[in-house]
Design a protein around this ligand. Structure first.
Ligand SMILES: O=P(O)(O)O[C@H]1O[C@H](CO)[C@@H](O)[C@H]1O
Ligand SMILES: O=c1cc[nH]c(=O)[nH]1
Length: 236
């Protein structure tokens, strides 16, 4: 047991999918895993373990934002020996060639969070995906013929801001999309020497008038992203 996860040691697999939304965790377990059981309900942050194509795998909700995901990632690595972590999240499209429902593999993550600046004063640390996971996810996604982008994203500390000008400018410098957790996931994975990757589905576009996805879609679909994540997680 850890402070925020009530699983017994051994109940969580060494490879895990990490959606922000705990109901997406339940959807993934119910739809894709065999013989799954729920190991966590502390704070409603649901976690499940089961098998996928015969291999043991877990899925754990992480909540929204860097402070929340940092709690779960720390506990999963330090108390449960998780070695391979794949975030499956939603994001807002930023660059013009990114469209609603496209899938994004986050190679690296810029952030306006103060967390890494307090870790490394005067250094712009560059949180980066594990290359083997990234390479495998790109191979699997290309085979599925999913609209796929690989590149840099922004992990923002706020969802609502007075002006989107800075986000627009980041798009001009190649940032594909904005979400709220990946820089912490990649930084903690590097610290503890484990593998991490973020795979995102574009749920809305910040600068185009394409219609947004619905809340139901965000909880229960985005199957391209989930299939890529599961097949990447079980590849050794
Ligand atoms: O859909 P999830 O995984 O929660 O990810 C995105 O959605 C939330 C904001 O609505 C933030 O957590 C952001 O990163
Ligand atoms: O616009 C968006 C959509 C999803 N997640 C975000 O952080 N921003």
């Amino acid at each position: 047991m850890s402070i925020h996860i009530e699983a017994k040691h051994g109940e969580i697999a060494d490879r895990i999918l990490l959606p922000g939304d705990p109901l997406r965790a339940r959807y993934i377990a119910e739809t894709y895993l065999d013989n799954s059981f729920q190991y966590n309900s502390v704070r409603g942050m649901l976690g499940f373990t089961g098998t996928y194509k015969g291999k043991r795998i877990s899925v754990q909700g992480t909540g929204m934002g860097i402070p929340s995901i940092s709690i779960y990632v720390n506990e999963l690595i330090r108390s449960y020996d998780v070695k391979k972590l794949i975030r499956v999240g939603t994001c807002g499209g930023v660059r013009a060639d990114v469209h609603v429902r496209d899938v994004i593999l986050a190679m690296s993550s810029a952030t306006d969070s103060a967390v890494n600046h307090s870790l490394f004063p005067n250094i712009d640390y560059a949180p980066t995906a594990d290359f083997a996971l990234l390479h495998e996810a790109y191979r699997i996604g290309s085979k599925l013929k999913v609209p796929l982008h690989a590149g840099s994203i922004l992990s923002a500390d706020v969802f609502y801001r007075d002006s989107m000008d800075i986000v627009k400018k980041l798009g001009e410098y190649g940032i594909l999309a904005v979400e709220m957790e990946t820089s912490a996931l990649y930084t903690l994975a590097a610290k503890y020497g484990v593998q991490a990757l973020t795979i995102l589905t574009v749920s809305d576009h910040i600068f185009s008038d394409e219609p947004d996805t619905t809340a139901a879609e965000r909880q229960t679909t985005f199957n391209d992203m989930i299939k890529i994540a599961l097949d990447t997680a079980i590849a050794d």
